[in-house]
Design a protein. Structure first.
Length: 86
């Protein structure tokens, strides 16, 4: 099964309270345990963050991130397939 790379970009809205950060971190840990997470981290200006994951399709990523507790009305999530080169 071929896996593609996707970047999940998260932007916090002014209404962001931080109540979901612990659940979000648990979600990221689960991605890592399942071998899907490439890397993740917050932006230094505290406006959001991003994570890079491996998945079979854009649709599967969108379904997966629906389980991220921080993916609610307080944040904007954007997902793109990422054809990066090293």
């Amino acid at each position: 099964m071929d896996l593609s790379t996707f970047i999940v970009w998260i932007e916090r809205k002014p209404s962001f309270s931080g109540d979901t950060i612990a659940g979000h971190r648990d979600f990221i840990s689960q991605l890592k345990e399942n071998g899907l997470l490439v890397f993740a981290g917050p932006f230094s200006d505290q406006t959001g963050g991003a994570y890079v994951i491996k998945a079979t399709s854009l649709e599967s990523v969108k379904s997966l991130i629906g389980n991220d507790p921080m993916n609610n009305e307080d944040c904007i999530y954007e997902v793109k397939e990422w054809n990066y080169s090293s």
